[in-house]
Design a protein around this ligand. Structure first.
Ligand SMILES: Cc1cc2nc3c(=O)[nH]c(=O)nc-3n(C[C@H](O)[C@H](O)[C@H](O)COP(=O)(O)OP(=O)(O)OC[C@H]3O[C@@H](n4cnc5c(N)ncnc54)[C@H](O)[C@@H]3O)c2cc1C
Length: 377
């Protein structure tokens, strides 16, 4: 069987690796002319690392990233509000949570592919069903025939827009800055992700390599009304802890990326005949749970197992059955967390902080336990 994958993001690359290891031939078509390292970090949570363990990638990712043993929500002065101790899950699943540079992860994934060709400069413009399968048209003028297609082309997926038109992208009204800086965190912060919540904004930071810190900052944002600038980041976070202010000050403007935050309103149809959606194209989420890529990586694992086990339509049916409830749980929870994190009213902020402080470890552990558990196939 030959499978064509549209998109060489984390979802498409991981799926190609998983399918290759099952002896299935794949081709990837990627819109960019050159795969450039993405200048940001990423946290690969325990569920993603369990998949990478199965694909023989855990060790190389661990060696190139930094282990994270707790995830903390704090006030703007870094006083703790809630702490998720990840050591429990590390022991349970025998895998760590790893913070890593996205460019490094991308290279590790590309290097792992042995047989799959990544066709660059292939921006899909249309996919049309015909008697022999699907006709794929690319912006460079090329047209190919395909029997089976996986849409791993992200939030604005052309595959989804062409074949699954009943879906909508939601703008979360939050602007996000992501940066990488040469910075030495003190030993206390070395293996922690800290996210400081203020009033309508928040700031997260984590070490991703020796003396390299990845940070992200979000602020409530009304399009056509608010105008923000990276030159004023220090002002937006002027009442935050001095570590945060120093991290901002130490980052060069060219290493800061700005984006608006959106997700895909949960949709119940991920496949049709011989076309199936994976990763953000199926279930893009806001980044508030740090699970978007992890869910794409889980898709890769579950889908490759299903394709190995069943004929293609049964494989897609089983994949959707196994993956959709959890992916939607993440999308919904993440949307809610985003709203909670950006409260403006001081009374509601006080109540929220009290609730975070009082939530028992057992509840936090249960919620994360569900997220970190892989589906059984
Ligand atoms: C601020 C922020 C922080 C995040 N932090 C985390 C985190 O810590 N942990 C985590 O797990 N997730 C995180 N995420 C989410 C994560 O980045 C995404 O969920 C993940 O990248 C999705 O992977 P994907 O392969 O499905 O899609 P994408 O990464 O969007 O990749 C899609 C690929 O398809 C290509 N493509 C698009 N259209 C076409 C076309 N028409 N033809 C050909 N190719 C095409 C694109 O160029 C791209 O290479 C974060 C997201 C944001 C915005």
């Amino acid at each position: 069987m030959n499978i064509d994958i549209i998109g060489a993001g984390i979802g498409g690359l991981t799926t190609a690796i998983a399918l290759e290891q099952k002896g299935i031939k794949t081709r990837i078509f990627e819109q960019t002319e050159q795969i450039k390292p993405v200048g940001a970090g990423i946290i690969l949570a325990n569920n993603a690392m369990q998949v990478y363990e199965k694909l023989g990638l855990r060790k190389v990712i661990e060696e190139n990233g930094n282990p994270i043993s707790s995830m903390n929500i704090t006030k703007s002065n870094l006083k703790p509000l809630s702490k998720i101790d990840l050591a429990y899950f590390e022991q349970k699943h025998n895998t760590k949570n790893i913070a890593i540079h996205r460019g490094t992860l991308q290279k590790i994934l590309i290097d792992k592919l042995k047989l799959t060709k990544i066709n660059l400069d292939h921006k899909l413009t249309s996919i049309v069903e015909n008697t022999n399968g699907y006709s794929l048209e690319f912006e460079n003028g090329e047209r190919i025939q395909s029997s089976t297609v996986l849409g791993a082309d992200g939030l604005n997926s052309v595959v989804r827009q062409n074949l699954f038109p009943n879906n909508s992208i939601r703008n979360a009204n939050q602007i996000c800055w992501r940066g990488i800086t040469e910075y030495k965190l003190s030993a206390k912060f070395k293996n922690e992700l800290n996210e400081a919540w203020g009033k309508s904004e928040r700031f997260g930071f984590v070490q991703i390599a020796e003396n390299k810190v990845y940070w992200y900052a979000l602020k409530t944002f009304k399009k056509d009304k608010d105008v923000f600038s990276i030159n004023d980041l220090d002002k937006y976070f002027s009442n935050y802890d001095s570590i945060i202010k120093n991290i901002i000050k130490s980052t060069k403007n060219e290493y800061i990326h700005t984006a608006e935050i959106s997700d895909l309103k949960p949709t119940n149809v991920w496949f049709k005949e011989n076309v199936c959606l994976i990763g953000d194209s199926a279930h893009a989420t806001t980044p508030n749970m740090g699970q978007g890529a992890c869910q794409a990586i889980e898709d890769a694992f579950v889908l490759s197992e299903c394709i190995d086990k069943y004929e293609i339509n049964k494989a897609f049916t089983e994949y959707q059955k196994l993956r959709l409830p959890k992916a939607h749980q993440v999308v919904k929870a993440s949307w809610l967390v985003g709203k909670m994190a950006h409260l403006k009213n001081p009374i509601l902020i006080g109540l929220r902080n009290q609730m975070l402080r009082l939530t028992p470890t057992s509840i936090n552990r249960k919620q994360n336990g569900q997220i970190f558990q892989l589906a059984e196939i």
